[in-house]
Design a protein around this ligand. Structure first.
Ligand SMILES: *Cc1c(COP(=O)(O)O)cnc(C)c1O
Length: 404
């Protein structure tokens, strides 16, 4: 289908998928991820400001990095995102089914997976090979419409994207299909491998490779609407990589994509998600008490244990066993013993006055003394991306700051 003259920046999203349960504020949820949409919108505006004249694509794949795709998509549009980015076609179709009518780019499909529904829904789809382009052209011809397609070149990530050796053929084939009215090539893009290390030599090498690929595309006669390369760290640390559009994901959720260099506040960002629950039980135990499976922790003194009703079935890593911390009242309490499927145990301390039902904060923005998602990443040997994205469906997503 032909692109509209101007991207629709004020689409309205309706409804909520059943997979994306939402509750509003009674505090009765067993465990909830409270997403501050005002903070999310402020992060998006901050990234738009950093992007300068470049357009902004907010990446909402993987259930909005665990925050709930439709809610963050709506907030991203409200904050001015011209584009939403998703990995797979189902995600794009879920956005359309909820009423989003703005520009959406998807970039991951498998051979034989039909793009017809996405093309019909006016989604920009990605081709990384002549085979993929051929499938998109076949779908577009069958529908009798012009598909919007973006071409992805591999500039050094060695993951998805057309290898440079095949790029002249892909761009020539795309130009032919464009002249035949089967596709409109709306973008040429690539993805950075080491942008979280701004001084890594791969960044400059990738940018040079991207420049070469843009030349090849231009020689083939392509004149795409948008050329783009930068993810969150690229957006925040590499202005020359902004081109016509930036594609931040993590930073929109208020987490630092360069945690060794800057915390969110230093980047003008605020973590949007707080994960909290309540103590399911509290008990006094004697010195020498073995705790949880395998007794990997034995109390060194008489103390008070708190039972937290979250476990690896909810996305709390087993690696947090004897390593994570939570906030109960004003106290930091260590996770003791092994994290189980549905529960974990924390040491509240010998003098604790906590009682069953008290609030437990696993992580949040960090300004009330609670741990952050980045703390959990460090404690469990992973990245903040995984900490938020892996949170499971048993944790209710609750939204604050919806208005404004
Ligand atoms: C996930 C993803 C992004 C966003 O990356 P962040 O590091 O979260 O900003 C951008 N582009 C592509 C192709 C992606 O897969």
């Amino acid at each position: 289908m032909t692109p509209p003259a101007e991207p629709d920046v004020s689409p309205h999203l309706r409804g909520e998928s059943s997979a994306e349960r939402q509750s509003h504020g009674s505090g009765q949820a067993r465990a909830e991820a409270v997403v501050d949409l005002a903070a999310f919108r402020a992060n998006v505006r901050r990234l738009a400001e950093v992007a300068g004249g470049a357009q902004l694509m907010v990446v909402v794949k993987a259930a909005g990095y665990g925050h709930g795709m439709l809610a963050v998509a709506r907030a991203a549009r409200a904050a001015g995102a011209q584009w939403l980015g998703v990995a797979v076609l189902e995600e794009a179709l879920t956005l359309r089914a909820a009423g989003d009518s703005g520009r959406v780019l998807s970039w991951l499909a498998v051979p034989g997976e039909s793009s017809a529904d996405a093309i019909r829904a006016d989604v920009d789809v990605t081709a990384s090979s002549a085979r993929q382009l051929g499938e998109i052209v076949a779908d577009a011809r069958a529908l009798g419409v012009r598909a919007r397609v973006q071409l992805k070149v591999d500039t050094g990530l060695s993951r998805n994207g057309c290898p440079p050796a095949d790029w002249p053929d892909l761009t020539a084939a795309a130009r032919l299909a464009e002249r035949a009215g089967q596709v409109a090539v709306t973008g040429v893009w690539s993805h950075l491998a080491c942008a979280d290390e701004p001084d890594h030599p791969a960044n400059d090498e990738q940018q040079r490779a991207f420049e070469r690929a843009l030349h090849v595309a231009a020689r083939a006669g392509l004149d795409p609407e948008v050329r783009h390369l930068a993810n969150s760290p690229g957006t925040l640390t590499r202005a020359p990589a902004h081109y016509d559009l930036v594609r931040p994901g993590l930073a929109c959720y208020g987490l630092s994509p360069v945690p060794d260099l800057a915390d969110p506040a230093a980047l003008g960002l605020r973590p949007a998600m707080t994960v909290r629950t309540r103590l399911a039980a509290v008990r006094r135990v004697a010195e020498g008490t073995g705790v949880s499976y395998g007794h990997t922790h034995v109390t060194a003194r008489a103390t008070t244990l708190g039972l937290v009703p979250l476990g690896y079935g909810d996305g709390i890593p087993v690696a947090a066993s004897n390593a994570g911390q939570v906030q109960v009242g004003s106290d930091r309490c260590p996770v003791v013993g092994r994290v189980c499927m549905d529960q974990l145990v924390v040491d509240l301390g010998p003098g604790s006055t906590a009682t069953a039902g008290d609030e437990v904060v696993l992580f949040g923005p960090g300004d009330r003394g609670e741990p952050t998602a980045q703390d959990w990443a460090r404690w469990t040997g992973t990245i903040a991306y995984e900490v938020v994205t892996r949170l499971g469906g048993r944790i209710t997503r609750t939204y604050t700051g919806e208005d404004g």
